[in-house]
Design a protein around this ligand. Structure first.
Ligand SMILES: [Zn+2]
Length: 318
């Protein structure tokens, strides 16, 4: 039988490796949907000691998710992406949804600003389209999350964003993040997926040093795993230096196609990545990685792990 893309090493994900620290673990970045396999996500979370998941759940699924998993879920306000359009009608719906999400307890709102937002809709956070949304977010008391950038491989020749005229270069994605940071300060902004530049810790350091209200989450397992495998020492030093600014996240997406094995594979891999000095193959298939995909743990000190898993999230109200 061909190995599963979530378990190419045929591991037993129910045999959870020992945790290095006894602490609450908050997953600040996931996409929980109201499908039957959501129970398998929570089973994996429980097995791996994740006590709270902060989710980007569509508004019309929030009530059901809240009634089943109230203690274990927080929500981040998102728009109705499937109907995304650069239009007044979409903006108006988004504004209304911000208010509804706030009533349901959301304290943070998300802007997904990956290159297709520019390439397909002609939008960056500099666009007037976003001004009422940012202002309404501030009025309602929201903090922010942003997805900016995407893996560097995707901007390279042959990659999906190779046409810089349409999508901009990777570094050209960032002025919009700095614009948001300046506009909403002192409210905080979590830049998802290691700020979109796990490949370039020095570039991220420069942003962090210039913006006190910038935080990062560690989500996007394949992307972060392959970037760290190329320079584990540099990322370890970066994580320690910025130990008050980086939060744990998985970017798990709940889908009818996934099972316990899939969800657990991400939590297993993150455990090995942050808590151990593992050197070897990654259990998760990754078409953007070297073949075979490698995994290098950065073996963070216990005090850093406690901040990463728990106290930084608590400080940001998560
Ligand atoms: Zn995500």
């Amino acid at each position: 039988m061909a190995p599963s893309p979530a378990n190419r090493l045929d591991l037993d994900y129910r045999a959870v490796p020992a945790r290095r620290v006894a602490t609450r673990i908050v997953d600040v970045h996931a996409h929980v949907h109201n499908v039957p396999s959501v129970a398998a996500l929570f089973a994996a979370a429980e097995a791996y000691g994740i006590s709270k998941i902060v989710s980007m759940t569509p508004l019309d699924e929030v009530a059901a998710m809240r009634s089943d998993y109230r203690e274990r879920l927080n929500f981040i306000a998102i728009p109705r992406w499937r109907r995304m359009a650069n239009s007044a009608a979409f903006q108006k719906q988004w504004l209304a949804d911000l208010e509804a999400f706030r009533t349901l307890g959301a304290r943070r709102m998300k802007f997904w600003m990956a290159p297709p937002m520019r390439g397909q809709y002609g939008l960056t956070l500099h666009d007037p389209f976003f001004q009422p949304l940012i202002q309404e977010g501030l009025r309602l008391g929201y903090d922010f999350m942003v997805h900016v950038g995407d893996p560097s491989e995707w901007f390279a020749p042959g990659g999906r964003y190779a046409d810089g005229q349409i999508f901009g270069t990777k570094h050209e994605q960032y002025p919009q993040l700095e614009h948001l940071l300046d506009t909403v300060a002192p409210r905080n902004v979590i830049a998802a997926h290691m700020g979109g530049s796990c490949e370039e810790p020095a570039f991220l350091q420069n942003l962090l040093d210039r913006h006190d209200n910038l935080f990062l989450d560690s989500s996007a397992t394949k992307w972060v795993v392959r970037a760290i495998a190329r320079q584990p020492e540099a990322v370890r030093a970066f994580m320690i230096r910025n130990q008050d600014r980086i939060l744990f996240g998985s970017d798990l997406v709940v889908s009818a196609d996934y099972d316990f094995e899939h969800y657990a594979s991400r939590y297993w891999t993150h455990l090995m990545l942050w808590e151990t000095a593992y050197r070897g193959e990654s259990p998760i298939a990754d078409p953007d990685a070297e073949d075979p995909p490698r995994l290098a743990g950065v073996d963070l000190p216990a005090a850093v792990l406690r901040k990463f898993y728990d106290t930084n999230a608590a400080r940001l109200g998560l």
